[in-house]
Design a protein around this ligand. Structure first.
Ligand SMILES: Nc1ncnc2c1ncn2[C@@H]1O[C@H](COP(=O)(O)OP(=O)(O)OP(=O)(O)O)[C@@H](O)[C@H]1O
Length: 306
């Protein structure tokens, strides 16, 4: 595993420099199988952190242990300065949760549900503001049972941030949302971050992680494979560009740290260079490589320059 620490913001006080989330050797077992297998990670206050990983990697299990709804089998855990397994109601009021597949009361309208749950918070965000933030204005009077899956997801996101939590857990928050709703949600998260809220989210959308996260952690089989800002993930892999071109029926390919030099040599020759492309691994290529799936990053150069 690589870096798990992030720098504290300059000028932060001692209380603020304590990470929002601190895990050391976190373990969860089912039978004799560790589905979370020794996670070490700090999420600093005020950052947006995205956990990425294939289905079954252990992301939800990890988040549920952080929320205090699932017991851990080993390791140390501090969330907003407390052990989630023992923390009380005051602590719970400081966190917001959007979990997978939650269901709100079917018979109430969107506005009624939000008004109802507002009563559980000391200083709730106003219902109208929440409805606008998740783009449900046209559905404010609609019964929850009549909402589409994506609209219900938006309502769950609104409920998760209603109490102005210091720390928000968002487990696959945009699953089922259309592209417009997803972008609206991104704005909501950016607004939370601007207010100083710490956000820990899981997602299968790499563009979402790249757009939102200060850092991402890639989890595979219960272990953190790498932690880095999205544009630095897989730095080793990304150093290499792939230059491709064709000569007759043959496709040539060179992986290089200095594609400009390769291009200069190629273009110095007589005539055109058909099919010439230069590619660097995308975030998706890097991710696939980190989780051990076949990727589009070529293993070896298949051809020479001339
Ligand atoms: N109550 C349970 N009993 C036994 N195994 C469980 C239980 N809950 C989860 N698991 C197993 O733990 C592993 C991790 O599951 P988890 O839901 O944390 O993965 P995930 O990374 O969130 O996946 P996804 O991307 O599909 O949501 C999976 O193999 C799952 O089958």
């Amino acid at each position: 595993m690589t870096t798990t620490q992030a720098a504290a913001r300059p000028g932060a006080t001692a209380a603020q420099t304590e990470p929002a989330v601190r895990m050391r050797g976190l373990v969860k077992r089912y039978g004799n199988r560790a589905v979370v297998d020794g996670l070490d990670l700090d999420v600093v206050r005020g950052e947006v952190f995205a956990l990425l990983g294939p289905n079954g990697a252990g992301k939800t299990t990890t988040i549920e242990m952080l929320e205090g709804v699932r017991e851990r089998d080993g390791g140390e855990l501090r969330v907003l300065g407390a052990d989630p397994a023992r923390a009380g109601r005051d602590w719970r009021a400081r966190i917001g949760v959007v979990s997978q597949g939650e269901g709100a009361a079917q018979e109430l309208s969107v506005r009624e549900v939000l008004d109802h749950f507002a009563g559980y918070h000391a200083t709730p965000r106003p219902t109208a503001e929440l409805i606008a933030a998740v783009g449900l204005e046209e559905k404010a009077g609609t019964r929850v049972g009549r909402l589409s899956g994506g609209q219900r997801r938006r309502l769950e996101v609104a409920l998760g941030v209603q109490g102005r939590p210091e720390l928000v857990f968002l487990d696959e928050p945009t699953t089922g949302m259309d592209p417009v709703a997803r972008r609206q949600f991104w704005e909501l998260v950016r607004g939370l971050r601007a207010d100083g809220t710490t956000v820990l989210l899981t997602t299968h959308y790499l563009d979402e992680a790249a757009q939102l996260a200060d850092r991402v952690g890639v989890v595979a089989e219960g272990r953190l494979v790498e932690v880095a800002p999205p544009d630095e993930l897989g730095a080793e892999l990304r150093r290499l560009a792939t230059v491709r071109w064709t000569e007759g029926a043959a496709v040539h390919e060179v992986r290089t740290e200095s594609p400009a030099a390769v291009l200069r040599d190629l273009l110095a020759g007589p005539g055109d260079v058909p099919g010439l492309t230069v590619n660097r691994p995308s975030l998706e290529d890097v991710y696939l490589s980190l989780v051990g799936s076949p990727s589009t990053v070529p293993a070896e150069p298949e051809g020479d320059l001339r």
